[in-house]
Design a protein around this ligand. Structure first.
Ligand code: ANZ
Ligand code: ZN
Length: 832
């Protein structure tokens, strides 16, 4: 088939996209006997239009998916929609369009746009989380977890976003405002449903050690988030009240220096112990604290403040009375909500003690160097470990020894115990919104007077979202929207068949993304969330690509859920993902994050329309390593386009050689052509596996340059070599510029899609490259110089050296005692 002179991407791209789709090129499961690769990108919230971040995200996965298919793997590369959630509901409150309608429109336009970029998805597995066939299984999981105590109802302080009018997760509160709408977030006491993720804290922490192919940044963020802390709980008797205060401390070794105790303002003992004289002051402080959200109260830089309760406790080690205070920096939901304060050895306590004139007592001295001055003269807290001082019978112990001994002593006396505490909290997932998964719970006054809630029988799932009058129900005000739909709320009790009411809360949409990767395995399965046999074949996901902003929510939640799926016997794996790739940001040309506000947004469609998808793809992948941010550059887009034009021209120019073969030897220029081709094949393949897509493309660019430099093939050997070289070119281009690759391959007589034809192995003899000299010595005397491949192994270098005539002569009749190998420099045979 002839080739046009000019590269016209608009003429070819649509055609190939249609052919791929019709031929089902990207369907998973075609090669049941082959090893599998499951390549996944985080599913998008369908917001109507794609931005460059999406484009890049999906391209990273796409290159991998195509490459591994070419390497003979059975590849699963699916896509779906995180379709429930706030934005569609907020839009509905504004303009009255039902979220389902808007979501449908958005998905259609998003998907159409995706199609223009030539992504290699298996669309037969598309998943949409807003369909009852999907969220039904969220409800099923909920019920399974409820039965196992992994779901429970609690009253708790929640973060109430005054803008979104719903509860949001701790992770979504940034500096006291909502990450999404930037409105103020308040603490509110509400009943809510929660997942007992903390039951898995230790497992989730231990699991991180096995995630060798996750970015260290992400695993360490998860480690901090889980926040394991080893310490001791100790009881302080309250004088004259007959009660104890239990504190949590990581530094029990400093207890002889505890000069006061501090409770959280909302600690349950506060009102009981406050003395009449202090009552007014304490009440005022408690009230003031209640009005400030927890995050604001404890934010860094907030001045420490507190008040004295009038009560005293007894230090269990010294027997001395210490005053009991309440203060803003002690949290009621960490540890025990009470701390023993050691101002000499803790910065916060030091600041607080100086402010309120509380005593400072040094009880740990540095193991070497200058000793600390007495407490009154101390300038700053000494927070390191050291040797105990002024600590009664414990004086002289090291901090580590003291912690062990004191923890054991408290335990033996029944006054405390060693304790591991986690900063991670259970995951509250109740949302007072419409566009989410209904929580499958029914309240019956007769059977369930305490309003614990009864699960809807599994056979009755899904509990579907009701049809609504959008404008009447989605107002953003008052009760949760579902409470305004009486025909839906009023139902019958599963037990007594009497009148009952449905739970009107819906689930956090992070539930949806906890297990969607498993739904793709059998998206139509209707007896369980997914087919366990498929899970055995496909899980875990081999490569997962997404934004690093999900480090401590989605990426932690779905690890938790994966363990639940194993517990339920659905899947064999402990961890969802082997290799995690977190892509960098695409900034505007001005170096700022692309945003309407800065007017620096580059729409993917504008690039595709002007230059074609292959240029957009090549540019985005060439602009930098996937994990790094980059600034958009129109010049470099032009550069990518020029490169593809050069590819095209080269192929068009040599079109006459298509089909040339040669049986004899390849020498001179013919050999050079072959060497260039195989070296490129090796280099690009290795770079892709390393995720170094920019160097893969750079390798292809160099390859094109050398083919141009080699000129027109004349002899049959040169023609055959060039035919092979162009074929190889289509191979290495396929992951990046797949439309162009298929077009060239076809016009050169290719009968298959490049992606199914595969990625050939390079011929090792043709890629031996850089040859370097080695000095060969016998007993330290230079005998010869040999030339070997720069990366040759010791055994190979030795073999070449031993074969040298001069070396042979020098070693004649002697015994080898030792062989010395200095890589890239010399070898020495020690003989005697
Ligand atoms: C006495 C002490 C002496 C402490 C010392 C530290 C240094 P991590 O490592 O984060 O777990 N603490 C305990 N519960 C608290 C609460 N609810 N709100 C605020 N602070 C709390 O921190 C543990 C330390 O944080 C504990 O050890 C306690 O102070 C404080 F030289 O106890 B420490
Ligand atoms: Zn009932």
């Amino acid at each position: 088939m002839a080739m046009n002179e000019r590269y016209e991407p608009q003429d070819i791209e649509k055609k190939w996209q249609t052919r791929w789709e019709e031929a089902g090129v990207f369907r998973a499961g075609k090669r049941p006997g082959a090893p599998k690769k499951y390549i996944l990108e985080m599913l998008p919230y369908p917001s109507g239009k794609m931005h460059m971040g999406h484009v890049r995200n999906y391209l990273i996965g796409d290159v991998y998916a195509r490459f591994f298919q070419m390497r003979g793997f059975d590849v699963l590369h699916p896509m779906g929609w995180d379709a429930l959630g706030l934005p569609a509901e907020n839009a509905a409150i504004k303009d009255g369009v039902h979220p389902a309608v808007r979501t449908r429109e958005n998905i259609d336009s998003f998907k159409k746009e995706m199609g223009t970029l030539g992504y290699s998805y298996d669309w037969t597995r598309e998943v949409n989380t807003s369909e009852p066939e999907y969220y039904r299984w969220n409800q099923w999981f909920f019920i399974q977890m409820l039965e196992r105590g992994l779901v429970y109802r609690r009253f708790s302080k929640v973060n109430w976003c005054t803008g979104c009018m719903t509860v949001i997760a701790n992770e979504q509160v940034k500096d006291g405002t909502c990450e999404r709408c930037e409105s103020q977030v308040l603490d509110k006491e509400l009943p809510e449903w929660a997942f007992r993720i903390t039951r898995s804290s230790q497992e989730l922490l231990d699991g991180l050690d096995g995630l060798k192919e996750w970015p260290e940044r992400i695993t360490s963020m998860q480690r901090n988030w889980i926040g394991r802390s080893e310490g001791v709980e100790a009881d302080f008797d309250i004088q004259g009240v007959g009660e104890k205060i239990r504190v949590f401390t990581t530094r029990i070794d400093t207890i002889h220096g505890c000069t006061y105790v501090v409770l959280a303002p909302d600690h349950k003992l506060v009102s009981r112990i406050t003395t009449p004289g202090q009552r007014a002051e304490v009440d005022a402080f408690v009230k003031k604290m209640a009005a400030i959200s927890k995050t604001d109260r404890t934010a860094e830089g907030v001045t420490k403040e507190g008040v004295f309760t009038g009560a005293h406790a007894t230090n269990p080690f010294t027997g001395q009375p210490v005053p009991i205070w309440i203060a803003n920096f002690v949290l009621s939901d960490y540890g025990t909500g009470a701390v023993m304060s050691v101002p000499a050895h803790d910065e916060r306590d030091f600041e607080f003690a100086r402010k309120y004139g509380l005593p400072v007592k040094v009880v740990v001295q540095p193991a070497s160097g200058e000793p600390l001055p007495p407490g009154e003269k101390l300038e700053a807290a000494y927070t390191e470990d050291g040797v105990l001082a002024d600590s009664g019978g414990d004086t002289g112990l090291s901090s580590a020894e003291a912690r062990k001994k004191m923890g054991a002593k408290l335990h033996a006396e029944g006054r405390g115990e060693p304790k591991v505490t986690y900063r991670q909290k259970d995951w509250g997932f109740s949302r007072q919104r419409y566009w989410g998964t209904p929580i499958p719970i029914v309240y019956c006054e007769k059977c369930d007077p305490e309003r614990k809630g009864q699960p809807v029988p599994v056979e009755q799932l899904p509990v579907r979202l009701p049809e609504i009058d959008t404008q009447a129900v989605l107002t953003g005000k008052g009760e949760p929207p579902l409470a305004k739909v009486p025909s839906w709320v009023n139902t019958t009790c599963p037990k007594c068949k009497g009148p009952a009411r449905r739970e009107t809360e819906t689930m956090d949409t992070f539930v949806d993304s906890c297990w969607y990767f498993a739904r793709y395995l059998s998206p139509k399965f209707d007896v369980a969330p997914f087919d366990s046999n498929e899970a055995k074949r496909w899980l875990p996901v081999d490569v997962y690509v997404g934004g690093p902003e999900h480090a401590v929510m989605h990426l932690l939640y779905f690890r938790f859920w994966t363990r639940v799926m194993k517990l339920l016997g659905l899947s064999p794996v402990d961890e969802p993902v082997t290799r995690l790739v977190t892509q960098g940001i695409v900034n505007g040309p001005d170096g700022r994050k692309m945003s309407k506000r800065w007017g620096n947004v580059v729409a993917p469609a504008s690039i595709v329309n002007k230059y074609g998808a292959d240029t957009a793809r090549t540019y985005v992948l060439f602009a930098g390593p996937p994990e790094r941010d980059f600034d958009w550059s129109d010049d470099q887009v032009e550069g990518a386009f020029r490169f593809l034009k050069r590819v095209w021209s080269l192929a068009a120019q040599h079109h006459g050689v298509a089909g040339s073969t040669h049986d004899g030897a390849f020498e001179g220029k013919a050999l050079e052509i072959r060497r260039a081709a195989h070296k490129c094949l090796k280099r690009v393949g290795e770079a892709i596996e390393r995720l170094s897509f920019n160097t893969a493309i750079a390798g292809t660019m160099e390859y094109i340059n050398s083919l141009y430099a080699l000129g027109t093939p004349e002899t049959p050997a040169e023609k055959a070599a060039m035919a092979e070289a162009i074929r190889m070119l289509t191979v290495v281009l396929t992951p990046f510029a797949p439309h162009l690759a298929d077009e060239i391959a076809e016009s050169y007589g290719g009968k298959e899609f490049t992606v199914t034809q595969g990625w050939p192995d390079f011929e090792p003899a043709l890629v031996v490259d850089d040859v370097i000299p080695y000095a060969v010595q016998v007993n330290g005397k230079l005998r010869a110089e040999i030339r070997v491949a720069a990366d040759a192994a010791e055994a190979d270098v030795r073999a070449v050296a031993e074969a040298d005539e001069r070396v042979k002569a020098a070693m004649e009749g002697k015994t080898l005692r030792k062989f010395v190998f200095v890589p890239k420099r010399l070898v020495n045979f020690v003989v005697g």
